[in-house]
Design a protein around this ligand. Structure first.
Ligand SMILES: NC(=O)c1ccc[n+]([C@@H]2O[C@H](COP(=O)([O-])OP(=O)(O)OC[C@H]3O[C@@H](n4cnc5c(N)ncnc54)[C@H](O)[C@@H]3O)[C@@H](O)[C@H]2O)c1
Length: 329
């Protein structure tokens, strides 16, 4: 895999955020020429510290995927684009739907158009989400399960997948979509509580606070470690068999929310788990258990997870303990 990405020019939109920056570190290690386009907007996961250590080895452009010119400026001669820039809070997508449309739909179209017009041989790897399934109709979910989003974020991620499919079929642009489960690990932002349960719990635990779990806390989720996700995304880039495909990228292991909270408290040695009622603004978008069977990615890309939740959490918690100031903990 090293040889294939070595010396390749790779654009990462949203590259100062959680997944994009981890990807950038890995690609720089493998000898790729990395360009990051990131708006560095407040409330998202962008953090200068995420690219510490590689800042001088990459090209960084502050710019917005909603602005077509910003995208055109960075696509010339690229071999691939990891399109990670997004609005990714489900509740925020419901309170300000047009903001979500602008980043997640218009932004994705801008990337596809810029590649079509200026670098048509480049491959696009799109970060989709488990949110496309809405309330899961089966357990475990696969790529063939019914997609039926129940929030604007999920609907727009599904639109992003469909846009990729249109450009693949009509303009012959290579695209691969990954439906990511709950990704966790170093370099995520822990400040915005609407940004994912695992981040919220780690922050509360490190601050020796209450980890409030919505009753009864038995809802199942799939938590996948960032290093495994990066491996999957890169395999998607280097494999021709991935072209035009959609993959579930998940650990394949289910954990309840209360189990997760207890594990975090046990590992960090701080905080306390308490069960509370659901907040009102989440009532309409509660989705029940979400479990996955990541068989297609195993078969097509020879990918399977290598990090167990406990080990991944230990590495993650140690990282934030050592970098409290940088992540405002
Ligand atoms: N983290 C997860 O668990 C998860 C799960 C499913 C899907 N995803 C998807 O993976 C991708 C990356 O997520 P993440 O966790 O790294 O999020 P993140 O918020 O840490 O990173 C997103 C980055 O995109 C940038 N960005 C936002 N709007 C932009 C715009 N208009 N123009 C340019 N840059 C912009 C932000 O500044 C940020 O640096 C997203 O597409 C997200 O929907 C993530």
């Amino acid at each position: 895999m090293e040889d294939i990405v070595k010396d390749k020019k790779i654009l990462i939109t949203g590259g100062a955020g959680f997944i994009g920056s981890n990807l950038a570190h890995q690609l720089v290690r493998k000898g790729s020429e990395v360009i990051i386009l990131d708006s560095m907007s407040e409330n998202y996961g962008a953090n200068e510290y995420n690219i510490k250590g590689i800042r001088d080895e990459i090209q960084f452009k502050k710019g917005d995927v909603r602005n077509r010119k910003d995208v055109i400026d960075v696509v010339e001669n690229v071999d691939a684009v990891f399109h990670m820039a997004a609005q990714l809070s489900r509740p925020i997508s419901m309170s300000t739907p047009t903001e979500d449309i602008e980043t997640n739909c218009t932004g994705t179209i801008n990337v596809l158009e810029a590649i079509k017009d200026y670098s048509p041989s480049a491959k696009i790897i799109f970060a989709s989400s488990q949110a496309v399934y809405g309330k899961p109709t089966e357990k475990p979910l696969t790529e063939n399960s019914k997609v039926d989003p129940i929030d604007i974020y999920g609907a727009n991620k599904l639109a992003g997948e469909k846009y990729c499919s249109v450009y693949e079929q009509v303009y012959d642009i290579d695209t691969v979509c990954f439906r990511l489960a709950n990704v966790y690990g170093p370099r995520a932002q822990l400040e915005n509580p609407k940004y994912g349960v695992i981040n919220k719990f780690i922050r509360l635990s490190l601050n020796d606070s209450e980890l409030t779990v919505y009753k009864p806390g038995d809802m199942l989720r799939d938590f996948v470690f960032i290093d495994d996700v990066i491996q999957g995304l890169i395999k998607g880039l280097v494999s021709d068999r991935a072209n035009g495909e959609v993959f579930v990228l998940s650990s394949g292991t289910s954990t309840s929310i209360v189990e997760l909270a207890e594990m975090i408290v046990e590992i960090s040695g701080k905080g306390e788990v308490s069960l509370v009622p659901w907040p009102e603004d989440w009532d309409q978008i509660k989705i029940g258990d979400v479990t996955f069977k990541p068989e297609k990615i195993q078969e097509y890309l020879n990918w399977s997870k290598t990090t167990k939740l406990k080990n991944g959490l230990e590495e993650t918690i140690t990282f934030y303990e050592n970098n409290r100031q940088e992540y405002n903990i």
